[in-house]
Design a protein around this ligand. Structure first.
Ligand code: SAM
Length: 326
């Protein structure tokens, strides 16, 4: 479907939990107790109904996220239900890699095409500090194994923060020498705990890398998202830049979100949207739900975010990234 700004909306980011096994410093407060009760999270049947309705309005790709999606015991059941939905062509996950190693084959068989793993440091001690407890060695092994399993894409999400991990930029680039993965630098956004950190512009990261490597644009990279991709000639993998602040990509925004408690969220930065839960609990048909969703997208999806200057802007999202579905 097209929204009011004539953008093709074909991508759903579906959060299935706001809970996480880690407490990344820029995402969840250390002593966070503000999680939804498990019984308030969408059930696998409700998720199935939502995805079926979204497929009727033209959604072709679903990214499962959270919180940490793999924390859900019924993850595979959810994956299979999405995979069995007519019209859904791609299923992706954003994860910290928790419980991925032992399930790579099973998830691949169940329909998972693409995996994004979040990793903000290649130094075990620092990784543990940033995530407040993460096991770098296990995640790194997972990444290497995943890269050899024939998934369509394995990508790393890397948030670079001034004074914290900005000395590792070239180490991340070097990772693409032997591993056929995409390393994507994501600008930290002023959302939730992210407000406490100093962002570094991706254009500065790119210039810094270019002082050391002659990068070439990777036009072969099939990107259906906002990242722009480069390659170091001769390296197996690629490097991507997602720059929501310094290079706003709202004009080509193709996505909407559903939070883990069933709220249809139409822009990362705004709290505008509608609660789908009542339509999941009653006997609203999938066709009716699809038309409710379509109308909401058309009427409410904002033209652009204002993260770079949100003073005096109303309806700014106040929830953390784990609740929004990052
Ligand atoms: N637990 C999963 C993971 O670690 O990938 C999925 C949820 S996490 C919220 C999704 C992504 O959001 C991660 O790659 C994380 O780095 C990113 N993220 C969280 N807060 C952010 C912020 N303020 N700015 C930019 N990215 C952020």
């Amino acid at each position: 479907m097209l929204d009011k700004s004539k953008r093709q909306i074909n991508y759903l980011r579906l959060s299935i939990t706001d809970h996480c096994n880690l407490r990344c410093q820029y995402c969840i407060p250390e002593k966070n107790t503000d999680f939804y009760n498990n019984c308030d999270l969408l059930s696998s049947d409700e998720i199935e109904k939502i995805v079926k309705a979204f497929s009727l309005i033209g959604i072709k790709k679903v990214r499962i996220t959270g919180g940490e999606p793999l924390i859900r015991k019924d993850f595979q059941k959810i994956l299979k239900k999405i995979n069995n939905t007519q019209g859904i062509e791609k299923i992706a996950i954003t994860t910290n890699g928790f419980k991925l190693l032992e399930n790579l084959d099973i998830f691949k068989e169940s329909g998972l095409n693409r995996i994004n793993i979040s990793l903000d440091s290649l130094k075990p001690h620092r990784y543990r500090e940033i995530t407040r407890g993460g096991d770098f060695n296990k995640i790194f092994e997972t990444i290497k194994k995943a890269a050899s399993k024939g998934f369509e894409k394995i990508r790393l999400n890397v948030v670079i923060m001034k004074g914290i991990n900005d000395d590792e930029i070239l180490d991340f680039v070097n990772l693409t020498k032997e591993l056929d993965i995409g390393v994507r630098f994501i600008e930290i956004m002023p959302i939730g705990e992210g407000k406490k950190f100093t962002p570094i512009k991706n254009s500065d990261i790119l210039s810094f890398i270019q002082k050391n490597y002659c990068l070439e644009k990777n036009s072969n990279s099939s990107t259906d998202g906002p990242a722009s991709y480069y390659k170091v000639p001769g390296f197996l993998g690629e490097i991507g830049f997602i720059s929501p602040l310094s290079n706003r990509f709202c004009d080509s925004c193709n996505r909407v979100r559903v939070t883990s408690n069933g709220f249809l969220k139409l822009c990362l930065h705004y709290d505008k949207g509608i609660d789908l839960l009542p339509y999941l609990k009653d006997n609203t048909s999938i066709e009716e739900l699809a038309s409710i969703i379509k109308e909401a997208i058309y009427n409410i999806k904002p033209k652009e975010h204002h993260m770079d200057n949100s003073e005096n802007v109303e309806n700014i999202e106040s929830k953390g990234m784990n609740k929004i579905g990052g």
